[in-house]
Design a protein around this ligand. Structure first.
Ligand SMILES: C[S@@+](CC[C@H](N)C(=O)[O-])C[C@H]1O[C@@H](n2cnc3c(N)ncnc32)[C@H](O)[C@@H]1O
Length: 273
């Protein structure tokens, strides 16, 4: 006799009776994405933005049309542009006024009349007052919870995004960086509905000849705050602006100093317990 299976609540709009038609949806843990998608308001001119394929994959798998996505490190708004394209509501936060302004401009250029509301706020995502503002906006829009959190923090000090002391990229050491990252998780996790997903996009770093597994350290912090791990995906890194045209030099350094050149970062998926 077959054990009856508990009916699963659907987290997306995918029709499983047509599961073999979704060629664009990734189900493997190795993400060889190649070049970033351009157009639709996206561009590669922010040092440190992620490729639109990441929020696209996360939203298609873990949200339905009309549901709400929050991105507390929104940068130049890649998540928000994808959300508007996919008919998801979204709130992004960034510490830097120029990020907020440019994200607004990009959104209006790319999507004149989005199907669901999309907004970007200036604020410090570690601070409870920022969560309160996000919550107030959610209530104004009629949402009592969010359906997906996308976190793409600085990879500690690899890129310094601003001079602000609240900027995670200015944390004086890894301990302080992880504490600030955890405050962001603790700040926004209460807004997420149960059983919904948090996506963490993060890479590791090298300091004084030592590989610092920032990705796994951040993973631990998420796990300690009411989430279970669902997947760790490894994504290829294409030449970034910092290393463009210098591959031979990095290869030489790697051989000389006994390390491997970073060619991957992580896209980790967690589910709220
Ligand atoms: C890796 S970037 C995110 C890029 C984004 N995914 C995109 O595609 O444009 C990290 C962002 O976090 C922002 N940031 C750092 N600390 C912050 C904080 N405490 N509160 C809000 N934003 C912060 C930085 O200004 C930067 O824009």
């Amino acid at each position: 006799m077959r054990t009856p299976t508990r009916p699963q609540k659907s987290l997306n709009d995918l029709d499983l009776s047509a599961w073999d038609t979704y060629d664009d949806i990734i189900t493997d843990s190795l993400w060889l994405l190649g070049k970033r998608l351009q157009g639709d308001g996206h561009s590669a001119d922010y040092w440190g933005n992620f490729v639109p394929q990441i929020p696209y994959q996360a939203m298609r798998r873990f949200t339905k049309r009309g549901e709400l996505v929050i991105d507390p490190f929104v940068g130049l708004g890649t998540t928000l542009i994808e959300a508007a394209r996919l008919g998801r509501a979204a709130i992004g936060i960034d510490l830097q006024p120029h990020c907020v302004e440019q994200t607004r401009q990009r959104l209006t250029q790319a999507h004149q009349a989005p199907e669901a509301p999309v907004e970007v706020l200036l604020g410090d995502s570690t601070h409870p007052s920022t969560r309160a503002r996000v919550h107030a906006l959610m209530q104004q829009w009629g949402y009592d919870c969010a359906h997906l959190l996308i976190l793409h923090p600085p990879y500690h000090d690899i890129i310094r995004f601003s001079d602000a002391p609240e900027d995670l990229s200015n944390a004086p050491d890894e301990k302080a960086f992880l504490a600030a990252f955890e405050r962001v998780v603790q700040n926004f996790a209460p807004l997420l509905a149960q059983e919904r997903f948090l996506v963490l996009v993060i890479g590791d770093k090298y300091t004084r000849g030592e590989w610092i597994p920032l990705g796994f350290y951040c993973m631990e912090r998420v796990l300690q705050n009411g989430f279970k791990l669902k997947s760790i995906c490894v994504k290829d890194i294409q030449e970034n602006r910092g290393k463009r045209g210098q591959y031979s030099l990095w290869r030489y350094r790697a051989l000389k100093h006994h390390f491997y050149v970073f060619k991957h970062e992580y896209v980790m998926f967690f589910q709220k317990r």
